[in-house]
Ligand binder design. Structure first.
Ligand code: DX5
Ligand code: ZN
Length: 222
């Protein structure tokens, strides 16, 4: 699989030095930015002015993961900043298809995320309206948690759906992705990998290359 994307999560970066930290992941495909509102998840991170500034200084495109209530109201504003993609949670959205259209109209790829407990059946009918599906492999809210292998059947269903529909949709996993777990996710059908602690714990360029290699080895030819 040559199509692997590695998106480091800056949730694990040094919060006092974002410009420098983004500079350390120049070989990544995108920087994953976890926006949390302290309502949808019990943690608070970046707001719009912050993301806008990150977008200005980042050498790689931004992949936004909105863990917020009422994305219908807030997500379009994030899409207007020129970011690569905006992913919101199905569990929080009122009109996901309308919102996906609004994101695309503003030039961002539209992504939909599922918590570990949300079944694939809840998104299946709507999936054609999205450019990427984010399958959470931990409960959203914090970095450094353990990868949940029990989410792999859901990933397999999504990959099967994409095959059946000849869809180009990207399948992303997020949470606990490391050299130990990335093979399992690639084998189950993921093509885009978010990793926070695994990348920033060591030397980011080396970790990115290592994860890319492992994912390529284990991935099937989607
Ligand atoms: C968790 C976030 C993840 C997190 C991943 O809610 O969505 O993006 O940063 O961190 P690690 O890779 O440390 O599990
Ligand atoms: Zn995330």
């Amino acid at each position: 699989m040559t199509n692997v994307r590695i998106n480091p999560s800056i949730l694990a970066a040094d919060f006092a030095n974002f410009e420098r930290e983004l500079g350390r992941i120049g070989t990544a495909d995108a920087a994953h930015v976890d926006v949390m509102d302290n309502h949808f998840v019990p943690n608070l991170t970046f707001g719009q002015p912050m993301v806008e500034r990150l977008q200005q200084v980042s050498p790689v495109p931004l992949d936004l993961h909105l863990m917020i209530e009422d994305p219908d109201r807030w997500a379009p504003g994030f899409a207007e900043m020129g970011v690569f993609s905006v992913t919101f949670h199905l569990e929080a959205a009122t009109a996901p298809v309308t919102l996906a259209r609004q994101l695309r109209e503003r030039g961002a790829r539209a992504g939909i995320a599922l918590r570990p407990g949300t079944p694939f059946a809840q998104i299946e009918e709507l999936l054609e309206h999205f450019d990427q599906l984010l399958i959470m492999t931990v409960e959203p809210g914090f970095g450094g948690q353990r990868f949940m292998p029990e989410t792999m059947p859901k990933l397999r269903l999504a990959r099967e759906w994409a095959r059946r529909h000849g869809s180009e949709i990207r399948l992303q996993v997020d949470g606990g992705v490391s050299a130990d777990t990335i093979g399992m996710a690639a084998e189950a059908g993921a093509d885009t990998f978010v990793a926070g602690s695994a990348v920033f714990r060591g030397e980011p360029a080396e970790e990115i290359a290592r994860l890319r290699e492992l994912a390529s080895q284990h991935g099937c030819t989607h």
